[in-house]
Ligand binder design. Structure first.
Ligand code: ZN
Length: 631
């Protein structure tokens, strides 16, 4: 579910490698007997040979990178000399960075397709080492650029058209200038970096290494070891006893560490507060959003509008209570329980591709032709094979075609994942073939819009075609769950995140009790009168790693709402809607995220896109209630 790509961070003008968009926690697919890669028809394997025909070619390119980094470093102190020198530096950087990324993409794809082959992990390690050198060799660039008077740069760009290409990137850098401190102050902040990462590191070690979960009995009475990754599979069980035992096994175990976990989360929040005070931001939220130039109002607007629509989520809780006959109310461990466990949808891969092409038809013949070409020219590594990395992502870089890693099992979620990742890859493809390198990558705020638009087009198409009531019910609940997990749940997390930062900013202590109380109150508010709150739920926040990512998860919700608004207008045949959306996909990061979305017809500072999404949720609720005979 995560686009994986190499990114230039325009704000820092530094290259970061291997940045992953972090996916919300979700259920993973079941294990089946897996073949070796050699048993898979070549047309279902991604075309890594188009990046490098062999490892020797990779080695040859890799060897060229180190001297190039030294060349970049040699520009230190010279950027302000003349527009020609500055342009020469930008051109060199825009030449070296994509070649670096190309090396990285090859190494990571080769490593992920069979993690048993350690050679490519070695390639990745060497690149990571080189990335550190790259970072050190170019750490001076940003401070040096902002020390040039803007008037000078402005004049240079007016006189030199090639340099004018970098105007937006430079404006973005200067926009944040007021938060950049003096060189000695910056040095002190840089020195504190490793100390500041301790809470997150310690949290990761606590939950991934130290915490041991108990065994529980599965539906057949067999002992199974609980793991955090098996958690959602257990919560998906039709057997309530299994769900409850799994929930108590996992969350009950986290609860034992609640004081440590509270101290760690408090530590992370305090690092954000330090940054706010040192760099003179208004709040932790404002500081975090400033990186993508997102006003705080966008965040507040999301939380406010979702809150206004909570009666819809309460209605969904009621549907669950009635359909599952839960006389004592819906507990947290009932929220994932299937309503139609007997329905299993199966697609073979060819069928899935055909469904995808049909579903994406509203985006026009050009879009669909490119998708077909992508499938034919082996963008996708389709099936699970021995040693292959699990999950799904979209990768590739400026000098390569897009690449999609799938683990296609044939369920509806696999078809949906195919459309989702194709959305990322088409966004990358269209931006990379339209934009110069400096603007070819899109901001994370925009990334999930392209993928969710495809998912929603698929949902509408499937609902149009499937008539069998049981199958429809199965699908409707899938879509409701998808909505709940992406919009309501992530906004709920966002609200928690905002609340605890505000508490800390006002000097209130963040303790296990205050965090638990805050989380519990928000849960009760969101799920409504038919939800039964168990005291254990108060400690659920402990298992959410995203709270260490500094206001990240709201982007899932805003992306869903933006996509929902786009799909609504495209499906309604609104004149220009498709063309505007395709322009958005071609725009990379050539403008600020909100501007790009605005041009696609979505105003994320208004309640409208969120209201539109809510109307879609309501439509799904109506149809579900009707099929269940609850109307
Ligand atoms: Zn995604």
């Amino acid at each position: 579910m995560t686009p994986r790509r190499q990114m230039k961070v325009l704000g820092s003008m530094l290259m970061a490698i291997g940045i992953l968009l972090i996916a919300p926690l979700r259920a993973s697919g079941q294990e089946k007997k897996v073949p070796e890669r050699s048993e898979i028809d070549r047309q279902y394997l991604w075309a890594t040979e188009l990046i490098y025909p062999n490892d020797e070619a990779w080695e040859a390119d890799f060897a060229k990178l180190e001297p190039e980094i030294a060349r970049l470093a040699s520009f230190q102190g010279k950027l302000s000399e003349s527009p020609q020198t500055l342009l020469e530096f930008f051109k060199l950087r825009d030449d070296v960075s994509p070649r670096f990324e190309k090396c990285y993409v090859y190494a990571s794809l080769m490593s992920d397709q069979d993690t048993r082959v350690t050679k490519y992990q070695g390639f990745e390690d060497r690149l990571r080492g080189l990335a550190v050198k790259f970072g050190q060799a170019t750490a001076w660039v940003e401070p040096e650029l902002i020390s040039i008077p803007w008037e000078t740069l402005d004049k240079w760009m007016k006189e030199n058209q090639e340099l004018a290409l970098y105007r937006h990137a430079l404006e973005n850098l200067f926009r944040q200038k007021k938060h950049v401190l003096t060189p000695p102050e910056e040095m002190l902040i840089a020195l504190s970096g490793q100390v500041f990462s301790v809470p997150h590191t310690a949290y990761n070690l606590l939950v991934n290494a130290d915490i041991q979960f108990p065994k529980i009995k599965d539906a057949d009475g067999n002992d199974v070891e609980l793991t955090d990754s098996a958690f959602y599979i257990m919560l998906d069980s039709p057997d309530r006893r299994v769900r409850k035992d799994a929930y108590e096994g996992i969350v009950g175990t986290y609860r034992k560490y609640r004081n440590t976990a509270a101290a760690l989360l408090n530590g992370a929040v305090q690092t954000h507060i330090f940054n706010v005070r040192a760099r003179k931001y208004d709040s932790c939220l404002a500081a975090s959003l400033d990186g993508s130039n997102i006003p705080v109002e966008v965040y507040n607007n999301l939380v406010r509008t979702v809150n206004e629509n909570l009666p819809l989520l309460h209605r969904y809780t009621t549907i669950r209570r009635k359909a599952l006959h839960l006389d004592d109310g819906v507990h947290d461990y009932d929220l994932y329980a299937p309503l139609t466990p007997e329905v299993k949808l199966e697609y073979d891969y060819r069928q899935a591709v055909q469904h995808m092409l049909e579903a994406l038809k509203p985006l026009g013949p050009d879009y669909c032709r490119t998708v077909q070409q992508g499938v034919d020219s082996r963008w996708i590594d389709v099936f699970p094979t021995k040693g292959k990395r699990s999950g799904a992502y979209s990768s590739g870089t400026y000098l390569t075609q897009p690449f999609i890693l799938l683990n296609f099992h044939g369920g509806y979620e696999d078809l949906s994942t195919l459309c989702h990742e194709m959305g990322h890859s088409m966004h990358s493809h269209l931006s990379r073939t339209t934009q110069p390198y400096v603007y070819a990558d899109y901001d994370i705020f925009c990334a999930e819009v392209a993928s969710i638009t495809n998912e929603l087009l698929l949902q509408e198409y499937i609902l149009d075609t499937v008539k069998d009531p049981k199958t429809r019910l199965f699908l409707l609940v899938e879509f409701l769950e998808d909505f709940r997990g992406t919009v309501f749940r992530q906004t709920m997390f966002s609200e928690f995140e905002q609340k605890i930062h505000e508490m800390a900013e006002q000097g209130q202590p963040l303790t296990a009790d205050s965090l638990g109380q805050t989380y519990g109150q928000i849960m009760k508010k969101y799920y409504g009168p038919d939800y039964t709150h168990d005291p254990l739920v108060d400690d659920y926040w402990i298992r959410i790693p995203h709270f260490y990512y500094n206001f990240y998860v709201y982007k899932y919700a805003t992306s869903y709402c933006a996509a929902s608004n786009i799909v609504k207008r495209i499906r309604a045949g609104q004149p220009g809607a498709v063309e505007k959306y395709l322009t958005f996909l071609r725009s990379g990061s050539s403008k600020y995220p909100l501007e790009l979305l605005n041009e696609a017809g979505v105003d994320m500072t208004s309640a409208q896109p969120i209201q539109d999404a809510m109307k879609y949720f309501e439509k799904l609720l109506d149809q579900t209630e009707e099929l269940l005979g609850l109307k």
